[in-house]
Design a protein around this ligand. Structure first.
Ligand code: EPZ
Length: 435
């Protein structure tokens, strides 16, 4: 296991290029399961991350031949008989659930391990199952697996709203399943996230007939087969937002390239309220912090798109520990997604949690400390805190961070940060205890 060693206090300056979106790439990769044998999906700008590698491994087990050439991924179906997504893979990556809809639609059967709980809270899949059941899939759950059958799915009207809004991967699953269903499917209360919009556009490029892209109501006219296609994965708005928060927390001047600013309206507005100067141009956003002046406090509520994304809550919480007054963050997607708050407390942050709200009293300077990442975005938040803290911060369990950020340490170093990745010398016994 590796850790990041960060010496804080450097001001970030320069240009950083954002890669392809993890959360767009994962369901797009799963869409290859909709193809006939011999057909190929070519995806460009696929980030090289632990999660995209895990999806590639799962697809390989499901008969897809996966070839990677840098950020290009070629996926062609060699064998369309396997239907099992095993626990060993699903437990390491919940997005594995994205194979359920396409397997069922194309192969008539799927056996997918139920994802369990995870560090950011309870994450059920009831809406995925409810939607597929409306398409006349027969579903049972036993021995920890979802077992699904359907000779051919049948189009129907489905409703994907839940207590915390719609479901992103649930919409993706149902969308993929409905492309090959008999007749028309309507998804009411569909997730509107840009990653889902892009998935729908890719499916249309493969021969699907999806209408209403970007709205809450998707209409899918089922077709008999889909075809190979080529597609470039959209830029990762969460990675972009993380670099922008890094610029703000260090009072730096960072130009983030390969950004779709229209996907980030809530984030850019929040940065402006925090006192950062934000300049947008085509595919580029420049964020300038205020060297020598503290950030302004803000209130943030995480919401489904186009609201402020839950995946940027932790990086922005890190930045707000440095504000000159009290900020409030309310988490409306994952009420328990605050494990980073206690670790930030070890660095001198003053954060009080009340149910799904965190109250952050800004402090003049954090102090470096050993801390532990317990999930991807929380880990990124701790790295940002380390960039601003006085002295040395060690962030352990960087494998969480590698799930979603490609070479984060190299790219922050190129902007002037002092951050190194080194082997964690904690004894194996201690590492096992904390795993
Ligand atoms: C996606 O997860 C993202 N993952 C998450 O990013 C992101 O945090 C989340 O959407 C919200 O934006 C991928 O795209 C691979 P949901 P997903 O189903 O689809 C509840 C990251 O850091 N819910 O939209 O699993 C659920 O508990 C990751 O990159 C149900 O109640 O999220 C949550 O409160 C972490 N029943 C809310 O809905 C269901 O059947 C939204 O979850 C499904 C979800």
């Amino acid at each position: 296991m590796d850790k990041f060693v960060i010496h804080g206090g450097r001001i970030l300056r320069g240009t950083v290029r954002v890669g392809g979106s993890k959360n767009a790439a994962l369901p797009m990769m799963a869409a290859s399961l909709l193809l006939e044998r011999g057909q190929r999906l070519l995806l460009r700008s696929v980030p090289d991350l632990a999660d995209t590698r895990t999806m590639a491994e799962l697809l390989t087990q499901l008969g897809v031949h996966v070839e990677r050439d840098g950020h290009r991924l070629s996926l062609s179906v060699r064998d369309d008989r396997p239907v099992i997504a095993p626990y060993q893979i699903v437990r390491t990556m919940r997005a594995s659930i994205c194979v359920l809809g396409p397997l069922l639609a194309r192969r008539g059967k799927a056996q997918v391990s139920l994802p369990g709980g995870c560090a950011i809270g309870s994450r059920p899949v009831d809406l995925h199952l409810r939607g597929l059941a409306r398409l006349k899939a027969r579903l049972t759950i036993d021995h920890g697996y979802i077992r699904a059958h359907a000779t051919r799915l049948k189009g129907a009207t489905t409703y994907l709203g839940g207590s915390f809004g719609s479901t992103v991967t649930g919409t993706g699953n149902l969308l993929m399943a409905a492309t090959l269903a008999h007749g028309d499917t309507i998804i009411e209360h569909a997730a509107q996230e840009p990653e889902i919009q892009e998935l729908a556009r890719l499916l249309n490029a493969m021969g699907a007939r999806v209408e209403g892209i970007g709205g809450h109501r998707l209409v899918i006219h089922g077709v008999d087969r889909l075809y190979g296609a080529e597609w470039t994965v959209m830029p990762d708005r969460i990675e972009a937002g993380t670099f922008m928060a890094a610029a703000a927390i260090t009072g730096g001047d960072v130009t983030v390239e390969n950004v779709r600013a229209e996907h980030m309206i809530a984030v850019l507005e929040t940065l402006r309220q925090m006192g950062a100067r934000v300049e947008e141009s085509t595919f580029t956003v420049r964020v300038r912090g205020r060297p020598g002046r503290r950030l302004e406090p803000v209130d943030i509520t995480t919401l489904p798109y186009p609201g402020f994304p839950t995946d940027l809550q932790a990086p922005f919480m890190a930045a707000l520990t440095q504000a000159r007054d009290i900020s409030v963050i309310t988490e409306r997607i994952y009420p328990d997604r605050f494990s980073h708050a206690a670790e930030l407390g070890r660095m001198g942050a003053r954060i009080t949690k009340q149910e799904s709200t965190a109250i952050i009293v800004g402090v003049r300077r954090l102090s470096g400390a050993p801390v532990m990442a317990s999930d991807l975005r929380g880990g990124a938040g701790l790295v940002l805190a380390g960039l601003a803290a006085k002295g040395c911060t060690e962030v352990r369990r960087v494998y969480h961070i590698q799930r979603g950020y490609e070479h984060l340490e190299r790219r922050l170093s190129a902007l002037g940060a002092s951050i190194r990745r080194v082997a964690d010398t904690a004894t194996p016994a201690l590492a096992a205890q904390t795993a």
